[in-house]
Design a protein around this ligand. Structure first.
Ligand code: ASP
Length: 375
């Protein structure tokens, strides 16, 4: 579904140097093509970590068992984890809203799983899962984006490829139906990482992406939220951002996030979602998508911090995600959550709000969705 060849068929081919580059400017080769040794994975149900420390012993035994039996170099089991935003408050969730949320999460999970199951990349799966949620109008992204102070929808999105550390992001776009697909195009077809506002929209047009009228993003629910926020002069509303992290059969990780930002935002405000390392990050071992009060996720460089703790301090994924979401972000004054996935297939989904829309799908297509801590 995506043309993943950098520079091909785009107006950016005048940058052949960037387009053909396989090595990062600091000289480290990330574009391995073939991933090194991968070990056997435990079932998805054993690997969920929510607001609690990860158990490292089973993982260790798994490595030893894989080494002992000589079955280490197996294909990875694809996994997809998504969120539809934190900040969910139980009293605001009607049975109809709950049905809609769960059905949309399931649709997005199945769309992404179909890509992974067919041998597609984690990047494509993340893009498809997120664009499904963007089109739904259910969450604060794409069709369901919140309004800013001036009654406009300003959308942000980012995507990152863990295997190569390539990334693309867009911010402050008003006429782009699927910001996540434009972020992907920035990554694949431009020499840049981040494009904002008018420039991003010109780039979209140059690729033949049809702009949508700004009225496309009008939804009554979001309009009412803005009126309420204007009345209360609230600084932060519910967080309905969407995100996905995935691992494909090659064991490559990817992360993506898409949002309308925060209701009643002003002055060209950009949140954490399109900022690589803050709301979105993926490398060889770890992929993270955040949702919450973006200013605090930016200041905590939250997504990268989780992966850095794993790499530098060898902290297990569950513990690393917990420290950032349950300690660092709230200490700064922020709230929200993350979904995170590592290269062993471990999942963490901590949040410090009452609820966070989220779901997983394993290699066999088993779907699970949650809204609150335990359901
Ligand atoms: N993190 C997003 C932002 O600050 C908001 C959200 O997660 O809903 O723009």
């Amino acid at each position: 579904m995506f043309d993943s060849q950098p520079g091909k068929g785009s107006t950016w081919t005048s940058y052949p140097y960037y387009a053909s580059r396989r090595f990062s400017p600091i000289g480290r080769a990330y574009d391995f093509g073939v991933m090194p040794f991968r070990r056997q994975r435990r079932p998805l149900t054993n690997r969920l970590h929510e607001n609690r420390p990860m158990k490292t012993l089973p993982a260790l035994l798994c490595v030893l068992a894989a080494g002992a039996t000589g079955h280490g170099a197996v294909a990875a089991e694809p996994i997809l984890v998504i969120h539809g935003g934190a900040g969910v408050v139980a009293k605001d969730i009607t049975p109809e809203r709950e049905r809609d949320v769960r059905a949309t999460l399931e649709r997005a999970l199945k769309a992404g799983h179909a890509i992974l199951d067919g041998g597609g990349t984690s990047l494509d799966a993340v893009g498809v899962a997120i664009s499904t949620m963007e089109d739904s109008g259910t969450f604060n992204a794409g069709k369901g984006a919140v309004f800013n102070h001036d009654g406009k929808n300003e959308l942000d999105a980012a995507i990152m490829d863990g295997a190569t550390l390539r990334a693309g992001s867009v911010a402050n776009v008003h006429t782009v139906k699927n910001p996540i697909l434009l972020a992907r195009a920035v990554m694949d077809k431009s020499p840049h990482v981040m494009l904002v506002g008018e420039g991003a929209e010109i780039f979209a047009k140059s690729l033949g992406m049809q702009p949508v009228p700004t009225s496309y993003f009008y939804t009554e629910m979001r309009w009412k939220e803005l009126q309420q926020a204007l009345e209360d002069e609230k600084k932060s509303g519910p967080h309905g951002t969407v995100g996905a992290v995935a691992m494909d059969k090659a064991g490559h990780l990817a992360a993506g996030t898409s949002t309308g930002g925060i209701t009643n935002k002003r002055y060209g405000r950009v949140g954490d979602s399109p900022i690589i390392g803050a709301g979105t990050y993926a490398d060889l071992h770890c992929a993270v998508s955040a949702t919450g009060w973006g200013e605090f996720y930016i200041r905590a460089t939250a997504a990268h911090d989780i992966c850095a703790r794993m790499e530098y301090a060898k902290t297990p994924l569950g513990d690393a995600a917990n420290v950032v979401v349950m300690d660092i972000v709230p200490r700064l004054g922020g709230d929200g959550g993350v979904i995170a996935l590592d290269d062993k297939g471990d999942i963490a989904m901590p949040f410090n709000t009452e609820g966070m829309f989220r779901g997983t799908i394993d290699k066999d297509g088993h779907v699970r969705t949650w809204i609150f801590k335990d359901r």
